[in-house]
Design a protein around this ligand. Sequence first.
Ligand code: CUA
Length: 362
Amino acid sequence: MQGTSVRWRLAWIFPLGGLLFTSGCGVIGGKIASTSDPAGDQARHIWNLFVVPVWWLTVAVFLLVTVWMLLNIIRFRRKPGDTRIPPQVHGNTRLEIAWTLIPAIILALIAIPSTRLIFELNRDPGQESNALRVEVIGHQWWWEFRYPEYGIVTAGDLHVVVDRPVVLTITSQDVIHSFWPPRLAGKVDAIPGRHNTMVFTPEETGVFYGQCAELCGAQHAHMQFRVVVETQEDFDAWVAKHQRPVPQPAAGTLAAQGKELFEGSAGCAGCHSVDPRYDPTTTPINKTLMIGPNLAYFPERHTLAAFLPNTPENLHQWIANTEQVKPYSTMAEKWWKIRAQQNMLLTDDQVNAIVAYLESLR
Ligand code: CUA
């Protein structure tokens, strides 16, 4: 009696746990990451596959099994005073064939359309499709995006065009990552030495959340990105801006002091460039441009350090307390910690100047 009531009292954990689990998948860091609200053709195909056949098949199996089980529980319940032992069955060939075949058929019904879709999804649409081609490079723990056609590089925000196919060539500079923009497409692994392809067509404009989906180290959860889906006009303006000479702060301003620090004693320029232009003929996808993310037109980015909202306050925090904001990151280990040991951490005024400089890159 006691055992049963405890079991019933604990039963609520399962639906509640399930609810927490699924809601956690929907919203990450306050950003919608739901695959059930597709905004790109690939995500839509995957969602449709999930609904038919996977969802309805599993609902049918669940209902059949539950109803059959309940019927039998009620029908074969022990009656009061009945002390007989039920017939002991050892092996039944017909039953065993049935419960091997039925799941095999169900799995095949799911596997055939799934496999077909996997091959269909990542097919390169070819040159004549006017696809936008971008190289995606995973780093511990941020994403780099190169546009070889335009000779520009950026990080954190992937700019693409609405209703225009995108062909991503995905690789990694260090360990295995996985590129995942849930509302636009599925997941594709970023593997060092390999070039995987992801093809999708964004179907609405907006800013879409993206996340590394392969455990890649201490800051895996903070390896996010955004996909900025914009009109062809806005995209052209974005490209044109990046092809112009880098903006320079006016002499005598705080930003100008920041530039001097950035390029000089603060050591930022050792890892970061503020010039987005590069030569794709001499720098193939497997050749590193810079250790740190390119910072051109930094104020336009949606995130900094690959997860924080891009505000001047967060930027200040990040430069002043890198080790607390993102422990084990390259900047924490190879810059902040070393300067801390040498008692060379930047003063508040120096950090303010660098923040002013980066904010001036508009
Ligand atoms: Cu990169 Cu997880």
